[in-house]
Design a protein around this ligand. Structure first.
Ligand SMILES: *Cc1c(COP(=O)(O)O)cnc(C)c1O
Length: 295
């Protein structure tokens, strides 16, 4: 008997051609496929800006940095997630705490968040960032979370690693209608894949620029960001301590090609979920519950 695979990607001839075309081109990294992929994602999720990086863990880290997370600060996320949703806070020296889930959706519970915020306020231990995770692609109760964000002034990063193509009320997940930054993963087990890869979307140009700077060591060729004068066309400065979190053009080209089929992949997952719902309907168990105002 074959073991049930943890995930199985779908790669077609166009995907293969897209990667081979990059292999035959002048740019394996830092080339034109990156911007093409970023524009494609931004358009697909209706965000102003998208920053492509080597994986979603890096995107979460850069999102925390762009929102100014520092040692001594606090982030809260859900305990029902992958380790990266919490580790991004630890990378910045912040403390991590968890808000319990709604047992029906497995998503962060806004009532639990509200109670925990009330108590944290009394103890002066409010979080700087809250990271809801759209578990298995189902968007969290973003309106309630955004309302609390306004009331207690914390930032919101949506960990939408499982949720490209998801819709919450009238907005595409990634449009950042209820958050500051949204993060997607393109690991092969997610909706579309680049092998390894991630993207952060935002509607704030300054945060997008900041994440793009930190993605590539904190190095800039933009004279406006430098101290002193640029000394010729090859001149650059490191203006912050960044990372090498770049995505390659091979990955970005695969991502552009995969993005063409994103809706198809989402439709297939929904079809499979329906199949399980029906096949298991008479069993003494509860299949995942989906709220009516989101997909
Ligand atoms: C997969 C996943 C990540 C990390 O994604 P990588 O691209 O593998 O770094 C983060 N959060 C959640 C919820 C995930 O499922």
């Amino acid at each position: 008997m074959r073991p049930i695979p943890y995930g199985r990607q779908s790669i077609n001839d166009e995907d293969i051609k897209a990667v081979v075309d990059v292999l035959r081109s002048d740019w394996l990294t830092q080339g034109p496929a990156i911007e093409r992929f970023e524009l494609g994602i931004a358009e697909y999720v209706h965000a102003e800006h998208a920053v492509a990086v080597c994986n979603a863990t890096a995107a979460l880290h850069l999102a925390c940095r762009a929102l100014g997370l520092r040692p001594g600060d606090r982030i809260w996320t859900t305990p029902n997630t992958f380790v990266a949703s919490a580790n991004c806070g630890l990378y910045c020296g912040a403390q991590v705490d968890f808000v319990d889930i709604d047992p029906r959706t497995y998503n962060l519970c806004p009532q639990a968040l509200s109670r925990k915020l009330e108590q944290a306020k009394r103890e002066s231990k409010l979080p700087k960032i809250v990271i809801p995770v759209h578990f298995a692609g189902q968007p969290c109760d973003m309106e309630a979370i955004a309302e609390l964000a306004g009331q207690y002034s914390f930032a919101v990063i949506e960990d939408a690693s499982h949720a490209i193509g998801a819709v919450y009320r009238d907005s595409q997940v990634g449009a950042c209608v209820y958050s500051d930054i949204t993060v997607f993963s393109f690991h092969p087990v997610k909706i579309i894949t680049t092998g390894e890869g991630g993207v952060a979307t935002t509607n704030r140009a300054d945060r997008a620029q900041n994440m793009a700077l930190l993605r590539t060591h904190g190095i800039t060729r933009d004279p406006k960001r430098m101290s002193g004068q640029a000394e010729g066309p090859w001149y650059y400065q490191q203006v912050d301590l960044g990372h090498n979190y770049r995505m390659t053009d091979l990955q970005a080209a695969l991502g552009c090609s995969q993005l063409q089929r994103a809706n198809e992949f989402v439709a297939r997952r929904r079809m499979l979920a329906d199949r399980y719902d029906h096949a298991l309907a008479s069993m003494p168990l509860r299949t995942p519950y989906q709220k009516g105002d989101r997909r």
